[in-house]
Design a protein around this ligand. Structure first.
Ligand code: ZN
Ligand code: ZN
Ligand code: ZN
Length: 446
């Protein structure tokens, strides 16, 4: 049987801090304070075989003054409708990632893009490191507090008369403690996939710059423990530059609005160039004033060029592909409520109480010595289940909290009617489903 208690996890290999060599290649361009003679030192940058290091400019459209659009590919025979709700350009799909040369250690990652990469194993814990369990007690409330609570409750509910709360006789008060046990397992999952950005020239941190660090060697820490969030990191030394697959390297694509013609049909005269106008009781055909009789308008999306900047490379013609690491931090929370009165259990969850026991460790030890056996059993069962619930994630930290929430069951008598209500939580909330005096009939009996 598995020992449900495991030790704080130890990562064997202390991850080396792997920075981006990008920054090291950039020298400050600010003017130095030193005004004297400076030796001329050429800037050296590694050259990528696929690209130069000079920044490049994106492709620019050429708004044509005349009727000839810049787009020279397939165009339809007639001007398309002037319709702004046109579908966005959909180019060829991205290349087959199997054809990409993945760095060592990433072949599997890249083939199974999106699948989590199992973390390194951890050493099981040692019973000797099990911390001692000490529990604090629970407070109880007195009759005056019960009276104040039921009066405040009646006061808050506008259709309840407060007379009953003030005058009811409190026959019996039974203090007890609801218990709220909560276990949080804060896990980290790592996945990788190929990602691309427009390549604007400059240094490329490719495999020639060094070995790509293994997925779980890359340093990344959560911004906050027990808070679900995601981080994305570019894996160093995985960049390479390729021709854009969408525009095949020209930087532009056919305009989807005019389909390359540079003109669209005039929406006012539907392309006829003429409109019927009513004047002094007569109708006559006149030139359309929107298109000056031509029936067509320059395409507003491409300014008549028939081409627009490629959306994938943003006109830069090349893409820098790299492996992107996605680090998902997830707080997995589960709880258990132990409450022996007829108060609905879930009411315990949202009120405050007293922390009886709290433990935060890479792997918590289940509670085993609390005087209420249900708590021990729930803790053992839950801790055990969390231990193996996320095999592809690394457990970063666990936190368990046992809170005792005061609950007082009160038996009252009011005008020969017996009833019960409960006062619970440090806030002294009241649960009184059968309050004896609601305005539907209560107003009349006072
Ligand atoms: Zn492109
Ligand atoms: Zn156009
Ligand atoms: Zn027109």
């Amino acid at each position: 049987m598995n020992n449900p208690s495991a030790p704080p996890m130890q990562m064997n290999a202390a991850p080396a801090h792997i920075g981006f060599s990008f920054d090291e290649q950039h020298h400050s361009t600010g003017a130095p304070g030193y005004q004297g003679q400076m030796p001329m030192v050429p800037m050296t940058q590694p050259q990528n075989e696929l690209s130069g290091s000079q920044p490049v400019s994106p492709w620019q459209p050429n708004p044509s003054a005349g009727d000839v659009p810049g787009y020279e590919g397939d165009v339809p025979d007639t001007d398309p409708e002037d319709n702004d709700s046109e579908e966005p350009f959909t180019g060829p799909p991205p290349p087959d990632f199997n054809s990409f040369e993945a760095p060592p250690g990433y072949q599997q990652a890249v083939l199974s893009a999106g699948a989590p990469l199992p973390p390194p194993a951890y050493e099981p814990p040692d019973e000797a490191s099990r911390p001692e369990e000490t529990f604090t007690g629970v407070g109880i409330i007195d009759e005056q507090q019960v009276r104040d609570a039921i009066c405040a409750f009646a006061d808050k509910n506008c259709c309840y008369g407060t007379g009953a709360a003030e005058r009811m006789s409190l026959e019996k008060m039974e203090p007890s403690g609801g218990l709220h046990y909560q276990l949080e397992s804060f896990t980290e999952t790592r996945t990788t996939c190929w990602q691309h950005l427009p390549y604007q020239g400059g240094f490329v941190d490719g495999p020639h710059c060094g070995r790509a660090p293994a997925v779980w060697e890359i340093v990344c820490s959560p911004s906050e423990l027990f808070n679900t969030h995601t981080k994305k990191i570019e894996v160093p030394h995985t960049s390479n530059v390729k021709t854009c697959h969408t525009c095949t390297g020209c930087g532009f694509v056919r305009c989807t609005k005019c389909q390359g013609r540079g003109k669209v049909r005039c929406s006012s005269c539907h392309g006829s160039g003429r409109r019927t106008v009513h004047h002094n009781g007569r109708s006559e055909r006149r030139n359309c004033t929107w298109c000056h009789g031509s029936g067509r308008k320059r395409c507003s999306r491409c300014s008549g060029d028939g081409r627009v900047r490629c959306p994938t490379c943003e006109g830069y013609t090349k893409l820098r592909w790299f492996i992107e690491l996605t680090v998902q931090y997830t707080n997995n929370l589960e709880d258990f409520i132990h409450e022996t009165t007829d108060l609905p259990n879930e009411l315990i969850r949202d009120v405050s109480g007293k922390v009886v026991f709290e433990q935060t460790l890479p792997y918590v030890w289940p509670i085993s010595q609390y005087h209420i056996q249900e708590i021990n059993l729930s803790s053992i069962e839950m801790v055990e289940r969390h231990r193996s619930a996320w095999p592809n994630s690394k457990m970063l930290q666990q936190r368990q909290v046992l809170r005792s929430v005061p609950v007082t069951e009160v038996h009252y008598k009011f005008k020969d009617k017996d009833g019960r209500f409960w006062v619970y939580g440090n806030e002294q909330e009241v649960h009184c489903p059968d309050y004896p005096q609601s305005c539907c009939w209560g107003c009349t009996i006072i």
